[in-house]
Design a protein around this ligand. Structure first.
Ligand code: AMP
Length: 661
């Protein structure tokens, strides 16, 4: 049975309403003082191509370097016969083991397999993606000799685990809480899946914040001006896979996002792909060979193109050189900045349309924008900077913040606030976020009735009264949609709420109250309540959006923990092997160099070292205990030989210097 909206808007009565002016409602602080979880909390920019972790301590933000010394870590996971690799080592395998090296999981997260965006990505990915039991997109790999499938949130969790380790190594204690950033256009399912990814990685997600918003927080703090006057900021965030434009206002340390626009499917990877396509054609022309069906060659070419693209941001030309690219043929060519710009010109130009759209939606003229903030690695491209500067009539662009780190930087500040830190520099910081898409209900004739308008500040609660369409109608069926079109058939169905057992009532009399509640993480709960009885039914959109169920989550978390336990055991075993090897080499050196040692003793020590070396050679995968026992035996025997057969009683200073080897 259908439902009819009475179009009577009931006033929001919740304390989390956005009706009051922001200055009088310090939302971030209120939330922080209410929950105030303990321990260090980090800010994580979980990017499509690269991710970044930062921590804010004593009012100062540190962007943390990983074990390779890099501040950003590739969001890439590789599966091999022996191990699982995350970050830089995984990225190196993109060319060598393309079918089992997963990147861009953020493009899949929270999406269904039939999603046109997933379908279009499939053409460019060397790894296999298939539909899971519930129609969700899953990646398939071969790992340790087994065929395995993973949800995208599992892959993201592996990246998050890596960043968690980076933070723990830096802080010297466990890290269990994080603020994670997501593109402004992420819908509810994508946000939920990101929270799940955090949980799998052992991180409580304190808050999801939009990437441009995080950048604005970082920018606000980095700016020496005090924001006494209201300023309009435009954040232009062009990363590896997503593009967001946000218009924000800032005053007295208060940020408000007034409009967002963007494309979840535009970024550096698209520019790389254009280069790959062009060079694949060039290879065909020059060498009469088509490499387009060879994943390995395509990936190796892509890695080379990405490097060349970066070079072109500072140089006029760049060389692409790949030895034995395909069928043993080497490929060397030179690209000019002009040809690269020509190749991607339409993509670059298209970003300006989104700038226009965001300004239009914010009701702000371009001349009213005080600051244009660049975020994301792709904003280093000179043509992008040129177009943007021209669009704003030659205005200087703000590059104070490192574009790769700004988002994690802002997330770290938000994490510090949420964990109750009260640094001078963080005082008065308040943040309002907005919902990226309109939410509403289907009414008679398939018309979308918008309950929460796109760009409404969140958290928010909106309530509508409903009436039945027939006399004595005993149930009501509500369909919840997201989207901007007038007819629901063009929008996206999020789920349904049915309220049964209604008391008899004439039609057109409002009997049901429907509440849309969007929390800090932009997650929607719809509640339908019968006025006279208080009967209620609720839909948290997660329930119907293919989010992992509890059992599945528990299984994945268990597997993830087992994996890290295995990895830890493997690392300890390697350390024990390394220690035995070091001890053997050290004893060998002592035997050779110790002049006071008689020849027989020397021979015996060397023999024992050789024996141990041979044993190690044949036992590379022995348990840690065996290496430790072997080391103890070797050291005990050699130590006593050296002590007894040395004319000076054995000068073991070299050994002792290493803690008895
Ligand atoms: P992000 O998602 O912000 O980490 O941005 C990653 C994207 O920025 C990748 O596509 C990189 O290839 C791209 N990128 C990084 N540095 C440069 C550069 N100097 N010139 C052009 N693109 C870059």
């Amino acid at each position: 049975m259908g439902a009819d909206l009475s179009h009577e808007k009931v006033q929001d009565v919740t304390s989390s309403s956005n009706a009051s002016p922001p200055q009088s409602t310090p939302r971030v602080k209120t939330a922080a003082s209410r929950t105030r979880p303990r321990g260090p909390a980090v800010g994580i920019d979980l990017g499509t191509t690269y991710s970044c972790v930062a921590v804010c301590q004593k009012g100062k933000v540190d962007v943390l370097a990983n074990d390779h010394g890099n501040h950003t870590t590739p969001s890439c996971v590789a599966f091999t016969d022996k191990e699982r690799l995350v970050g830089e080592p995984a990225e190196l395998l993109r060319g060598l083991n393309p079918e089992n090296t997963i990147f861009g999981a953020k493009r899949l997260i929270g999406r269904r397999y039939e999603d046109p965006s997933v379908q279009s990505d499939l053409n460019h990915w060397p790894f296999r993606v298939a539909a899971g039991g519930g129609g969700e997109a899953k990646v398939h790999v071969s790992h340790r000799g087994l065929e395995k499938s993973f949800y995208p949130e599992e892959i993201s969790a592996m990246v998050l685990s890596k960043l968690k380790q980076v933070a723990e190594a830096h802080l010297g204690r466990p890290v269990t809480q994080a603020v994670i950033t997501v593109p402004a256009y992420f819908n509810d399912a994508q946000r939920q899946a990101t929270i799940d990814a955090g949980a799998i990685a052992g991180l409580k997600v304190l808050r999801l914040i939009n990437e441009p918003t995080a950048a604005a927080i970082a920018y606000g703090l980095n700016d020496s001006r005090q924001w006494k006057e209201k300023r309009n900021i435009l954040v232009f965030d062009l990363g590896g896979g997503t593009f967001d434009v946000s218009v924000l206002t800032a005053q007295d340390g208060v940020f408000e996002v007034v409009a967002t626009a963007g494309d979840t499917h535009l970024g550096g990877e698209d520019f790389d792909q254009r280069l790959v396509d062009q060079l694949t054609q060039e290879f065909k022309r020059k060498h009469k060979e088509d490499l387009s069906q060879c994943n390995k060659a395509k990936q190796r070419l892509k890695v080379a193109c990405e490097k060349a693209k970066r070079v072109l941001s500072s140089n006029i030309t760049a060389i692409v050189s790949v030895d034995s690219l395909y069928k043993g043929v080497d490929f060397h060519t030179t690209i000019t900045r002009a040809s690269f710009e020509d190749l991607c010109s339409d993509l670059f130009q298209s970003t300006m349309l989104y700038v226009e759209r965001a300004l239009e939606e914010a009701g702000i003229k371009k001349t009213q924008i005080d600051d244009v903030v660049l975020v994301g690695g792709s904003t280093r491209i000179p043509m992008i900077q040129r177009l943007l500067s021209q669009f704003f009539d030659g205005q200087d662009l703000c590059r104070v913040i490192n574009p790769d780190e700004a988002v994690a930087h802002g997330a770290a500040i938000q994490a510090a606030i949420l964990t109750g830190h009260r640094y001078q520099s963080l005082q008065n910081l308040l943040l309002l976020d907005v919902t990226p898409v309109s939410l509403g209900l289907e009414t008679v004739g398939g018309v979308m009735d918008v309950v929460v308008k796109r760009n409404s500040p969140i958290p928010t609660k909106e309530t509508r009264n409903f009436s039945t369409t027939e006399d004595n109608q005993n149930s009501l069926f509500l369909q919840v949609y997201e989207g901007e079109r007038t007819l629901t058939k063009h929008n996206r169905l999020l789920g349904t709420v049915t309220l049964g057992g209604l008391q008899p009532a004439p039609r057109c009399v409002p009997v049901i109250v429907v509440t849309f509640h969007i929390d800090h993480n932009n997650i929607l709960t719809v509640t339908a309540t019968e006025r006279c009885t208080g009967n209620q039914n609720q839909l948290t959109i997660t329930d119907t959006r293919g989010r992992l169920d509890r059992e599945e989550m528990e299984r994945i978390i268990r597997e993830e923990e087992e994996y890290w336990a295995q990895e830890k055991a493997e690392q300890e075993k390697n350390e024990a092997l390394n220690s035995l090897e070091a001890s053997t080499l050290q004893l060998k050196r002592v035997a050779v160099e110790e002049k006071a040692l008689d020849d027989r003793a020397k021979r015996r020590v060397l023999e024992m070292c050789e024996e141990t070396a041979a044993w190690m050679e044949g036992n590379r995968r022995a348990p840690k205990k065996e290496y430790e026992e072997r080391k103890r035996e070797l050291e005990d025997v050699c130590y006593s030989i050296i002590t007894h057969f040395s004319s000076d009683g054995g000068d073991l200073s070299q050994m002792k210097g290493r803690g008895k080897c």
